[in-house]
Design a protein around this ligand. Sequence first.
Ligand SMILES: NC(=O)c1ccc[n+]([C@@H]2O[C@H](COP(=O)([O-])OP(=O)(O)OC[C@H]3O[C@@H](n4cnc5c(N)ncnc54)[C@H](OP(=O)(O)O)[C@@H]3O)[C@@H](O)[C@H]2O)c1
Length: 271
Amino acid sequence: MSYEVAVLGAGKMGGTLIRGWLDGGVLEPQQIVATAAHRSRLDLLEQELGVAVELDNPTAVREASTVLLCVKPYQAAEVLSEVRDVLHADQLVVSIVASATTARLEASAGDGVPVIRVMPNTPSLVNAGMSVLSAGRWASEAHMDLVETLFRPLGRVQRLDEHHMDAVTGLSASGPAFIYVVIESLAEGGVKAGLPRSVATELAAQTVLGAAQMVLETGQHPALLKDAVTTPAGCTVDGLLTLEEGGLRVTLIKAVMEATRRARELIGPPD
Ligand SMILES: NC(=O)c1ccc[n+]([C@@H]2O[C@H](COP(=O)([O-])OP(=O)(O)OC[C@H]3O[C@@H](n4cnc5c(N)ncnc54)[C@H](OP(=O)(O)O)[C@@H]3O)[C@@H](O)[C@H]2O)c1
């Protein structure tokens, strides 16, 4: 049996990508083989998604044309050295591992094996993801096109120089968690003002979605869009004043900076 994609470490993010590809009709279950550390995780993937599963990474890699590395940063080098002997230059390694540079991945994968680094995020599950791609030294334009073909159906795709990847990790990969807190808090405000919780949560989430869509589709600066909502002496300006007093802006800026700083150090110094 040969597969299009071997997903090494199909945990939260690996599983999310597989689900996104299956739901979007990008790949069929029989084109995917997934690995994990524990049999229980594989049983779950097999039952829920119908993909082939394998405890042995080299066996999965031997049969696939693209190898998607989804393990934790501290496990990446070990898993790549485990499969190094079966990897060859006709295959493509795609890594979503935060903090792992293509140079380090290439050193573990072996000479000439093309590597592409991708930083996706969890909204890929509902085709609203943001994925950023960076090519390693042996990855061609055709390899980048292939990876873009995989990630485009899951949301937006950008190609950026690799030196931006830690900032991307701090903003769009960690960002959904920050926005869930914003949604939860807006909803809490609605509840405090008397709305039923389910209504408040829907209103908050759709408001965030709508505002995001306005930014993306109009191309206008968020400050201009904010001004358009803010009637002189109206209610929005009072809300904005409260946000400024609470330091929302600086808190979000610092959250992205801290997540970016942490992304730099996740993988640790070279061996
Ligand atoms: N979560 C996100 O939003 C997100 C976004 C962008 C990028 N990423 C990156 O995605 C990677 C995975 O993150 P995650 O949140 O998905 O973590 P996770 O849920 O812990 O997934 C890691 C998976 O790796 C498996 N694994 C561990 N050792 C293995 C081995 N030797 N061989 C094969 N599989 C092995 C684990 O198997 P078991 O389940 O059996 O233990 C687990 O399923 C990280 O490098 C992270 O930086 C995550």
